[in-house]
Design a protein around this ligand. Structure first.
Ligand code: TYD
Ligand code: MG
Length: 450
């Protein structure tokens, strides 16, 4: 068989060259040349053209449910959309040290206990290091096989001669195809290795989990391109404390709305059944600028603490720093409060923080944000048994949000008895032992706090 011909292509302008160039001679971009194989791509095109089928778009063409394997860890199953789909390729991303290897070994162990055979390919750690982790997790099981080989061709050679119910590749940055000169972790290697695992998963109907390290910028190190190739992308994150969030970023087989909450303990990742407890546990009582908001993450509600610090600015240009919330949104709420309530906010510094490192994007945060700003500005405490949720419009109006019942229920469950919410969300809501304070604009919020 003829050796595949190598060529290089600029990722900026598409210019092709038989030699690698540091600077593209067509568009002058630096370090944009990526290696390709000519014959290989031709072969792929031939295969694709033979497989073409055309179907009418009719309701009957919906296929029955995908076959799933439950991993027996509720928080993981939920984020996956009900378990691992057979034949699917899952990317588990996260910063180094966040707990990806720990989580996958725990998944492997749960499945192995149900008589599933697992292959754990490790290019990062020796079999001994994995055994030490397994000891800590109490995850020894003879159905888990460790492979410390990183050449994808040897991996496939082994996979062709054995059968597994799950394959874990730890990590994409260490597995390589010796056909290519580029080093492991390069764009070419990541693309080729990912696509070969994809073909394996589909051909053998076996789920594959690939671990990928994420850079500080939040991208899977190297190419973002991997995200497009796989079926499901999950991210494991957690900034401070020992909690970890598992979030769906893309899921061909379920919703990306789900979030799993874990705490990293001495014996691995433990599911957190009541995340609100975790995020509120060190909350100061009766402190100005601190509010609690029930946020809706997928199908669940989590109570989190939002803090604002509004202080006189020592510089000409007031500082606006936000962690866990969108700075643009915070600026907008500051502007609305300044205009509608006449508060002198534009000359003050304002700092915002969601305690625990969660990132909250939903508009229901607005009312808690406004309450925290007013409370810090006036230096008035907000009662520690109060929660706030609602969206604020440019005229200072408070608009209704979704999931009102669930937010009230979670607040009540966590012993909050004062609930400040949009008037529009009050309809039909009857709750015992909680006081609902419906409001329709920021002036009413101001009066309530003062
Ligand atoms: P690891 O799974 O190796 O992270 P990743 O694969 O994402 O790089 O987890 C590493 C960290 O987790 C390490 O700092 C030790 C900690 N850890 C625990 O706190 N408890 C445990 O039971 C285990 C196995 C790890
Ligand atoms: Mg690891």
């Amino acid at each position: 068989m003829a050796k595949p011909k190598k060529y290089y292509k600029c990722t900026e302008c598409g210019y092709k060259s038989s030699n690698w160039m540091g600077k593209c001679s067509s568009c002058d971009s630096w370090n944009t040349f990526v290696e390709y194989m000519e014959n290989k791509s031709k072969k792929n095109t031939e295969n694709i053209s033979r497989d073409i089928t055309v179907k009418p778009l009719i309701e009957e063409s919906i296929e029955t449910d995908d076959e799933r394997i439950s991993v027996n860890i509720n928080e993981v199953d939920r984020v996956l959309g009900g378990g691992l789909v057979k034949g699917s390729l899952v990317l588990l991303g996260g910063e180094p040290g966040i707990g990806k290897s720990t989580l996958t070994l725990q998944i492997a162990h749960k499945l192995a206990k149900n008589n599933n055979k697992i292959l754990y390919i490790s290019g990062e750690e020796s079999a001994n290091q994995i055994s030490i982790r397994a000891k800590r997790l109490n995850a020894f099981n003879e159905n888990i096989y460790i492979m410390s080989i990183t050449d994808i061709n040897s991996i496939h050679e082994h996979l062709n001669s054995s059968t597994y119910d799950l394959v874990i590749a730890d990590s994409i940055q260490t597995i390589y195809d010796s056909q290519y000169d580029s080093s492991p972790g390069s764009t070419v290697q990541i693309r080729e290795v990912t696509s070969s695992f994809m073909s394996f998963a589909k051909r053998e109907n076996v789920p594959v989990i690939i671990i990928g390290h994420v850079t500080k910028k939040g991208q899977i190190a190297g190419p973002k391109l991997m995200e497009h190739m796989v079926d499901t992308v999950l991210y494991l994150s957690g900034e401070s404390n020992n909690y970890r969030l598992l979030k769906g970023h893309k899921n061909r087989f379920g919703s990306v709305e789900e979030v799993g909450v874990f705490s990293m303990d001495g014996d691995g990742l433990c599911e957190v059944e009541n995340p609100s407890n975790l995020f509120l546990r060190e909350r100061p009582i009766n402190s100005s600028g601190s509010t609690v908001v029930p946020i809706s993450e997928g199908n669940r509600v989590i109570l989190v603490e939002l803090q604002a610090l509004v202080a006189p600015s020592s510089y000409g240009n007031p500082q606006r720093i936000a962690s866990g919330i969108d700075r643009g949104r915070a600026n907008l709420i500051l502007a609305v409060l300044e205009k509608r309530l006449g508060l002198n906010l534009s000359e003050r510094d304002a700092h915002f923080n969601i305690v625990g490192g969660l990132n909250v994007k939903e508009p229901a945060l607005d009312l808690a944000l406004a309450a925290a700003i007013i409370s810090s500005y006036l230096d008035y405490d907000i009662p520690s048994n109060a929660v706030f949720f609602g969206e604020i419009g440019l005229s200072g109006e408070v608009r209704s949000v979704q999931a009102d019942n669930n937010r009230i229920k979670e607040a009540k469950k966590m012993d909050f008895s004062q609930i400040v919410l949009p008037k529009g969300n009050i309809k039909g809501n009857r709750f015992e032992k909680v006081d609902l304070h419906p409001i329709s604009n920021v002036n009413e919020l101001f009066k309530l706090i003062k």
